[in-house]
Design a binder for this molecule. Structure first.
Ligand code: GSH
Length: 187
């Protein structure tokens, strides 16, 4: 069975949300970061960077949440097979992890990046319910997770971005989300 290496209140919840969406059977290996479980030799063999999440799926080991989301979409999801469609999905996952997250969670860049990044997202979500047209996809898991974290972790009000707020609400109503990311005590 696929094993997800996780820690309380970590980005592993993003991967867990997608596993639930896909109804892929999995088990969780919960690490205690305060106790340094992630720096033990046994875990460094799984992720030499000593970070969660990581997965082991049969014989295959993978770390970095964005790479894991892409892998799960490829293997268990209904990812479109054209290079263009797959690249669009990769674009949103990389945007979430390399541009949106750092831009907003790093205090030094927040004031500059927040309107720059949320403005176009707001426009997109005014025009369509999900990032890639009318269908929920792994792109929404990646970007939606970051958007969900913003008001939880930062003194940032999304009231000027009503389409983004509605989008986060739409994602938060999904059973798989409620069971994982939405249940912050468990995840
Ligand atoms: N870009 C990585 C970030 C991984 C990461 O920083 N994970 C945190 C938990 S959310 C962690 O393991 N921190 C422990 C540490 O850095 O010692 C991903 O998305 O997987």
């Amino acid at each position: 069975m696929l094993r997800l290496y996780a820690a309380a209140r970590s980005r592993a919840a993003i991967v867990q949300w997608y596993l639930e969406e896909l109804a892929v059977p999995y088990e969780i290996a919960m690490l205690d970061l305060k106790a340094g479980d992630h720096l033990q030799e046994s875990y460094l063999r799984i992720n030499p960077m000593g970070k969660v999440p990581a997965i082991v799926d049969e014989e295959f080991t993978l770390w970095e949440s964005g790479a894991i989301l892409l892998y799960l979409a490829e293997k268990y999801g209904n990812l479109n097979t054209t290079p263009e469609a797959r690249a669009e999905v990769a674009q949103w996952i990389l945007f979430a992890n390399a541009t949106l997250g750092p831009g907003i969670f790093v205090e030094a860049s927040r004031d500059r990046e927040l309107p720059r990044l949320l403005g176009p997202l707001e426009q997109k979500l005014q025009a369509q319910p999900f990032l890639i047209g009318s269908q929920f996809s792994v792109a929404d898991v990646a970007v939606g997770s970051i958007l969900f974290y913003i008001p939880l972790m930062l003194p940032v009000d999304l009231k000027d971005y009503s389409a983004i707020s509605d989008y986060v609400k739409r994602l938060s109503d999904r059973p798989a989300f409620r069971k994982t990311l939405g249940n912050r005590q468990a995840s």
